[in-house]
Design a protein. Structure first.
Ligand code: PEP
Ligand code: MN
Length: 333
């Protein structure tokens, strides 16, 4: 159950009511909001004069649900850029899997500027499947991304792998990416709830839609309303592609949640040859954004080499996406 308290209710009163009905609470900028488990919907003993409204929910997809907030949330990324809401933007995010050097990331930043892409992606802390693979440049990588932001006026999205560097990522990123493998990390989710920055939450490849959105609820219920969901493929019985992009799941998220949705066909496909076709299909679904891995020379990429588009392929892809976005009433930015 979600409960809105009257705007005049103080923090002390809110915390006392929250304890009484065993709720989490946060301030949404206008009032204190209390959230109990979906099945606990008793307001017995609470002074009704302190209440503004309440919603009884049928599952723990609560703050993220359209039942609670019928309109899609608008997520502001620094000054001037918004996704979701009624913006009708499909925001392109591109860049390499990992920051590898100044030279490499600079060419990537220049591609963004040339193509009108506002957000550069690249990981500095990589959650690799093998401990012997390249693990990312760490803090030095964050500093290189920071330089690109300054020099090219780009927004930067980069991922947090674990709790050891969450503060550094929060400090440097415009958007914090929580990767598929970190989706269940309670420490990261709870810390990002109060990060004061937008978060892109990727779906764990073994997570149901319910589990995925509940992970987002950890941050929403901690007071961070700027959460974007990212479908990046789930593991199925299929082995010819790296993962299976769950477009049915995307339709569900669009219908039943109020969170902007971004699609990542690169990690789903795992091979560059399919990424452009998938990106076009995703754009036709009218989603809020796309995340595409691109690299100046994918063959020598230190992570995810097989799936990254080279820059010529990326340019051709962008050309083809603009009319598709327009055909579904959106603008590719
Ligand atoms: C990435 O974006 O490079 C990445 C590691 O993605 P995921 O968490 O979806 O595997
Ligand atoms: Mn990657």
């Amino acid at each position: 159950m979600i409960v809105h308290l009257h705007t005049a209710v103080s923090e002390a009163q809110a915390s006392q009511i929250a304890a009484q009905i065993q709720a989490l609470y946060f301030h949404d900028g206008q009032r204190y909001v209390l959230v109990t488990g979906a099945k606990d919907n008793s307001l017995e003993g609470v002074d009704s004069r302190l209440l503004e409204g309440h919603w009884i929910m049928d599952s723990d997809i609560q703050l993220a649900s359209r039942k609670y907030m019928p309109q899609k949330r608008t997520v502001r990324i620094g000054d001037g850029i918004t996704i979701g809401g009624d913006t009708d933007h499909t925001m392109m995010i591109t860049g390499p899997c990992s920051v590898e050097s100044l030279e490499q990331i600079e060419v990537c930043a220049q591609l963004c500027v040339e193509q009108g892409v506002k957000m550069l992606r690249a990981g500095a802390y990589k959650p690799r499947t093998s401990p012997y693979s390249f693990q990312g440049m760490g803090l030095e990588g964050l500093r290189l991304l920071d330089r690109m932001r300054e020099k090219y006026q780009l927004k930067v999205i980069t991922e947090v792998r674990d709790a050891t560097h969450v503060e550094d990522v929060i400090a440097f990123a415009d958007v914090i990416q929580i990767g598929a493998k970190a989706m269940y990390d309670q420490g990261i989710l709870r810390r990002c709830a109060s990060a004061g920055k937008p978060v892109l939450l990727k779906r764990g490849f073994g997570a149901t839609l319910q589990e995925f959105v509940q992970a987002a609820e950890f941050m929403l219920s901690g007071g961070n309303s700027d959460i974007v969901l990212c479908e990046r493929g789930i593991r199925t019985f299929e082995t010819k592609t790296r993962f299976t992009l769950d477009l049915c799941g995307v339709a569900y998220l669009k219908e039943f949640t109020n969170l902007p949705v971004i699609l990542d066909p690169s990690h789903a496909m795992g091979y560059a040859y399919g990424v452009a076709d998938l990106a076009r299909a995703c754009t036709a679904m009218g989603v809020d954004g796309l995340l595409i891995e691109s690299h100046p020379n994918p063959k020598v990429a230190k992570s995810d080499a097989s799936q990254q588009l080279d820059h010529a392929e990326f340019r051709a892809l962008m050309q083809s996406l603009h009319p598709i976005a327009a055909a579904v009433g959106r603008k590719m930015i």
